[in-house]
Design a binder for this molecule. Structure first.
Ligand code: GLA
Length: 747
């Protein structure tokens, strides 16, 4: 069984295939954390050390004993007001105004299957987590619920642990219930907290900005706190809600590291703190600034899920744990592991300047070269001919399209292509019929002009009637034509958070309720249009998180389509998210975001480390480039399974200075190791250079592999131990690929 409770010791042990997590209830009823790391056995209670520590208080019941202090002990869910002065996971204001919660063990349940969270995304177990024959299948998901209670207020905090044994993933979430007789107010509710009593760690985060998201950054933790998060209402371009704590010596291929991935798409906070005893606490959850959640007697609140994983074999393995778990246990629907159509998107081709004829010209040429879907981007609705107006008016501009959407879709279908559509449901332009009819549906603070961004305001999705109205309008559009794909966009950060429908005591709930409204909308679409393929987007990757991936199996990774910048963006993204989630296109040169020119081969090579599609006018490329596009599409079909469902290995760090930074290289390996694709792009290139050497990973060391193009054979062990020199490609930004096929077992 994945979860074991030893009654006498009051010890909980959670096992996955390669990891163990352990905690215990101490003599005072405190839930103490003991261990999370490589798979282990037996009680690790001996790891707790007790001493009389100055200025670290003791529980009242300890009487003369001054050695037990929550200020020094590792805990599962530290709260403010219990004598622990580190950053708390929980802050509650009681009816009397005191900010205090003293949480003691009150019971637990071990359940088959992985818990779900109502109205929120959450990982799910394979086969719903149930062992089909009742024999306690080692791979079956399980749930542990532990109740902690604060006697003074009556608040019950239920910690949820979900174990996905074969994925080496343990999830956490928290349910709170006011089981007391007076109201309380939640001020901070982290979803997961991990205490480490020993060790020196690096903190790895993924920072960025619009068009330059998820840049890898690693730095040693020092005393004090390292805090990142988002206050924008979305998970944000600026900091991704995925972080890693790594031992100082940990590399791509060796050493211990712990990941925390928030299965949530709104504002968040991730903290790491090294305390006075050099212990480290990491936590993740909802952004607490401007958050408050009143809980009347009987009221409940659920904090979203954090997916944790541990790898004792370096960062690469940690990423592969997340890739598998997100692909199989977070993404849903038909497209989760299925081939996705190679698409062409008209955005960088036309921007707002198109009509039906132009779209058909793009589609015809694309179809001829093998593209399988045309996506009509922004500008098809209302009076939307620029970004100053029209959002919220989700009716088709038939004049611009030269007919109905159904007619356009039919024409596209007639070319043998699918048809997809862009939409931005959460927004409204002031210059729109919707805003003129319902100005109070947009967020705005009374007595103050709202902050504008891209001339648009944000609809108050905390209100059911707003969600219902937009849903109705958009489902009308979806029903009107053969639309097989939707790009769901969100193009600004939220400000002026104030809901005209909520009283003053409830405004602290609105930002979270907005996200719940978004999820409700997405759930309805998924349920009512099960065959629809939805790609998430927020000005590129401004809402690239495991929460969105529950509803949309793919997310437009960045508005930056330059192949070289994308190397860094996709490198950072790969730490927490699978390749199948990454929306990536070949676009025009010079690139529209940074003016860089790269070859169509290099652009194709980089875009193939993702969903793969095009976003340029294929009528305007040379005949040689057209041949290249044809070849790329058939190559992608051939290699799709290996790329999307294979194991991904980072071979270099493209952000690093020096030799390693001279090329970006990565590879995909089939799970049975029978086939691999190695890809590389040169970055710095200097006169009289020696070829950079790339050491491959994940192959079968005993097997012989044949380079499918040259026919040359290599021992798997040699490719991994000695490596392979990157051919001298003669300049920067050139790409190279090696497709390896396993030949035979070596004698
Ligand atoms: C965002 C998206 C782009 C495009 C535009 C349209 O910026 O990321 O791909 O769809 O909106 O306005």
């Amino acid at each position: 069984m994945a979860i074991v409770f030893q009654e006498k010791e009051r010890l909980f042990t959670l096992h996955t295939a390669s990891t163990t997590y352990q905690m215990k209830v101490d003599g005072f009823g405190y839930l103490l954390h003991l261990y999370y790391g490589d798979r282990s056995e037996g009680s690790m209670e001996y790891l707790l050390t007790y001493a009389d520590r100055g200025f670290s208080g003791n529980p009242y019941e300890a009487e003369e004993d001054r050695t037990c202090s929550l200020d020094a002990l590792p805990q599962e869910y530290p709260s403010q007001g219990a004598g622990d002065y580190r950053s708390p996971a929980l802050i509650v204001r009681n009816a009397d105004g005191a900010c205090s919660a003293d949480l003691r063990y009150a019971g637990h349940r071990i359940l088959d299957g992985k818990y779900g969270l109502e109205g929120l995304p959450a990982a799910y177990g394979d086969a719903d987590g149930k062992s089909t024959d009742g024999s306690g299948d080692q791979d079956a998901a399980q749930t542990l619920e532990i109740d902690l209670k604060d006697a003074a207020s009556g608040l019950t905090v239920t910690l949820l642990y979900g174990v996905l044994p074969d994925k080496d993933v343990i999830t956490r979430a928290v349910r709170l219930k006011n089981t007391g007789s007076r109201p309380v107010e939640l001020l901070k509710v982290q979803s997961a907290c991990l205490d480490f009593t020993w060790g020196e760690y690096d903190w790895i985060q993924f920072y960025g900005r619009h068009a330059m998201e998820r840049t890898f950054e690693r730095a040693p933790l020092r005393h004090g706190a390292q805090v990142i998060g988002s206050r924008r209402g979305t998970s944000s371009h600026q900091y991704n809600p995925f972080v890693i704590l790594a031992e100082r010596e940990t590399t791509e291929t060796a050493g211990g590291c712990w990941g925390l991935s928030f299965v949530y798409s709104g504002s968040f906070k991730a903290e790491a703190e090294m305390d006075q005893y050099c212990q480290t606490r990491v936590s993740m959850g909802l952004q607490d600034e401007a958050f408050s959640w009143p809980l009347a007697p009987g009221g409940t609140f659920t904090a979203p899920e954090v997916m944790m994983s541990y790898s004792g074999r370096g960062l690469g393995q940690l990423s592969r744990n997340y890739h598998r778990a997100i692909r199989h246990n977070v993404c849903r629907g038909k497209y989760k592991t299925m081939p996705r159509p190679v698409l062409i998107n008209n955005w960088e081709v036309t921007y707002f300047d198109f009509d039906g004829g132009k779209i058909m010209d793009i589609a015809r040429q694309a179809a001829e070269l093998g593209v399988e879907m045309l996506v009509l981007d922004d500008g098809w609705f209302g009076k939307r001919n620029s970004d100053t107006c029209g959002l919220g008016d989700w009716y088709v501009n038939e004049e611009k399209l030269g007919g109905s959407l159904a007619h356009l879709a039919e024409q596209i279908n007639g070319l043998g292509m699918k048809f997809g559509l862009w939409m931005e449901p959460e927004m409204v332009s002031e210059d729109s019929d919707l805003y003129r009819q319902h100005p109070d549906w947009a967020f705005a603070v009374p007595g103050k002009k709202p902050v504008r961004s891209r001339y648009q305001l944000v609809l108050d999705f905390s209100r059911r009637e707003v969600v219902d109205h937009v849903y109705e309008q958009l489902s009308h559009v979806l029903d009107s034509a053969n639309i097989e794909y939707v790009k769901w966009d969100m193009n600004r950060s939220i400000c002026d958070v104030w809901s005209a429908a909520a009283g003053s005591a409830k405004q602290g709930q609105i930002l979270h309720k907005y996200v719940l409204g978004l999820y409700d909308f997405l759930e309805r679409i998924n349920k009512n249009y099960p065959d629809l393929f939805i790609e998430g987007c927020s000005g590129g990757g401004g809402r690239f998180d495991a929460g969105m991936l529950y509803y949309t199996p793919q997310i437009w990774c960045s508005d930056n389509t330059d192949a070289i910048d994308r190397l860094r963006i996709q490198h950072g993204t790969s730490f927490g998210y699978p390749i199948s989630a990454v929306g990536s296109h070949v676009s025009a040169v010079p690139n529209h975001q940074n003016g860089r020119t790269t070859s169509i081969e290099t652009r194709g090579c980089v875009a193939m480390a993702g969903s793969f599609g095009y976003e340029l006018d294929l009528n305007k490329i040379t005949p040689e480039e057209k041949e290249c596009v044809k070849a790329q599409i058939s190559r992608f079909h051939e290699l799709w399974e290996l790329i999307h469902n294979g194991d991904y290995y980072r071979l270099t760090d493209p952000g690093r200075q020096g030799l390693e930074g001279e090329a970006a290289a990565w590879m995909f390996v089939r799970e049975d190791r029978s086939e691999a694709l190695v890809s590389a792009v040169t970055l710095d290139y200097h006169g009289n250079s020696l070829a950079p050497l790339i050491r491959l990973q994940g192959l079968d060391p005993k097997a012989v592999y044949r380079d499918a193009e040259t026919g040359r054979q290599y021992a798997g062990a040699a490719l991994m131990c000695a490596g392979v020199p990157l051919p001298l490609l003669g300049g920067e930004y050139r790409s190279w690929e090696m497709h390896l096929v396993r030949e035979q077992e070596q004698e």
